[in-house]
Design a protein around this ligand. Sequence first.
Ligand code: ACO
Length: 329
Amino acid sequence: MNKKFGVKILGTGLYFPKKVLTNADLAKMVDTSDEWIRTRTGIKERRISERNETASDLAYMASSEALKSSNISPEQIDLILVATITPDMFFPSTACLLQKKLGINSIAAFDLSAACSGFIYGIATAKAFISSGFYKTVLLVGSETLSKITDWNDRNTCVLFGDGAGAMILSASEESDDVLSVYLGADGSYSDLLFMPGGGSANPTTIETVNQNFHTMKMQGKDVFKAAVPKMALAAQKALELSGKKLEDINLFIPHQANMRIIEAVAKKLDISMDRVFVNIHKTGNISSATTITALDEAIKTGRVKRGDLVEMVAFGGGFTWGASVVRI
Ligand code: ACO
């Protein structure tokens, strides 16, 4: 295991639940308006999973697409990583449930929890396993059903989030390395600004915790906003430095789709014009660990980027966590 391998990105895929929830629909549920949501966030609609549709279901659909675009069979995968904050259940991991749905067994599978930065943390993990020779082909998924931990009576949060999944297949290469750099960071001292208090060992589920709505997301929106912009800009700069590339070498920037104003502020800080920044938040809302990968897949499918282009992905989320990665797709 002394040999170092490069990473080749073989393919990507995505899946969104069919059900669309528009801003007009939300205005019937809480005291809000399409105008408020659009101007404050850029979001027009988001996808919502069915009651019986789980993170592993969405992950399965996105993974199937990624396998097809990579032209490999599930049996060729030797590690499954799922980034999620909305697992099907505490355990078994969503990665194990996905493994079962893919009809493969024996290979390693585990979940990764880094909130909205989960996919970038996943790229770092996949790269480490592949470059060390530990595993050859990794299925990396970001899958979220945030609608299931949303307080649908809280207008401060319920307008922001959506459901979806994206997948990427990365494999060992002796010729090239498509993951040029990854930079990660975290600061747990901000853990009380964006979190879900209930269900874990701090507040095991009881009738009281349910009555107090501990099973839904809590967020100090303004504070999250303030921290997200500098940390995302810092992560993007660091990952760029580590990649040895210059700003002008990057064909497309894919920021975490949390809020259009955050995206614009980060672009401004980095001095990148918005025509080099991919945005799909208007139709997805914030889907946490699935935003960067679904955006990347959409950018590939719509021809915004082509094989060989350099893409920088950058994210920020609960924890706080942040990270960025420069990849060749
Ligand atoms: N509809 C109408 N009014 C609303 C709504 C709503 N959906 N939500 C809040 N308001 C009201 C507030 O109650 C407040 O009213 P008040 O002045 O009478 O008290 C007013 O609008 C302004 O509220 P602010 O919190 O000041 O609004 P702000 O401009 O900060 O926007 C928002 C709020 C959109 C949440 C913003 O702070 C934000 O996007 N923060 C980042 C949060 C985020 O993205 N979190 C996701 C996870 S982390 C990540 O992914 C980066």
